[in-house]
Design a protein around this ligand. Sequence first.
Ligand code: SF4
Length: 410
Amino acid sequence: MTIDRTKADALMIAALKKVKGLVEVSPFSEKDGQQVLGIEEDAEKRSLMGLGRVTNTGIREVLNCDLVYVALTNREFGWGSPSLILKKGEEVVGEEIEDEEAIARLKKKENVWFMHKNFVIYKDRIAFPEDVMKKLCHFEIPCIPAEWCVLEGSDFSYHSIIYANPSTPCDLFLKNSYFKGVDVWGQGTILIGVKLRRNNKMPVEQEYAELYPLEAEDLLNYLPDVDCGECGAASCVEFAEQIIEGKNLPSNCPVLDDKIKTVMEKVFKFELPLIPYDTMMESVTPALIKLGHPTPDSMVLVTGNFRETVSILKLILEATLTDAFLLITDTKGYSIDNAVGGKTFRPFEIFKILVDSQVAAEVKHSRLIIPGLAKSLATDIKKLTSWDVLVGPVSGLELPLYLIKTAQGV
Ligand code: SF4
């Protein structure tokens, strides 16, 4: 890391002190990491409650961050959610939900059941309570995006800022170690972690280049696989490699579908705009955007609400004259890779924007395309929304090609 740690701490502490409900803040000492983990492990052994193990994955994630802080909270602090999830294997089968509107919506669905006034169980994912009693499930205390932490004039770029709630014994340890043992009713502690970018000095536009490149093997999905050699390459594989290297053109393949050829040409002429440094986590309002002239047969694409993700997708789809519905879901301003990693790309938010946008009234199908990076969530999204879920490509540049192929039913 090339950041100035003293400056970074000063920035973070200044930002955290502005958050309502955070009374005191201190950098967390690395030497306390092992002790905190040990206390949490002990607490987890005692937290069986007949309902299965409760693991504090949130604390572990925060301790894995590049910068870690501890804060004393008072009753004014707004606890985010979910602060507790129920998993069967790797699948989330239940979660705590804070948003009253969301609770009201879910209560109308047949496949959910409320274990507590704000803890929902997705009945089609679990035999409840049998699976819990058989210890096939476990609870997790996850980390939560610290969307209230706003860094002003930051000279370092970061992936995400998260926070986690310690167990009661760990809370006491933190109060004793950092806040003079203060243990007043209504006061608690949280740990806050900042995940920096791999190379803190890396310009953001280079990171886009990492996220969006089209590879030869991606192109192969759209080539005829005839190996006739008429393009001057010995095979379609070689042709794909030559296109990527800028040594051949899609128009040189006489067998290639005309629509694919035209879009491929446009994609390779498309220049990714430079992304300024200061846009990390800037969000747009979740909404439905109509691109081009979508018809009831046009596809519904899902993306996150990081401003630059939306802007770049629009540019690519407009440049290739693609007609589609773009559903912007609330990922708390995170780009898709960070949102999937940080668990802010959530099936529930997709369900919510599907309902709020009333996109079902615009189309005569019920198929969604989610980003390739969110592949692991496809089943959960299908179960919650009852829409068919197609997993799209990882690269936004491949998306127009993928849409043509999907429309052709190939
Ligand atoms: S002309 Fe088209 S089908 Fe023939 S080898 Fe080249 S890419 Fe493949």
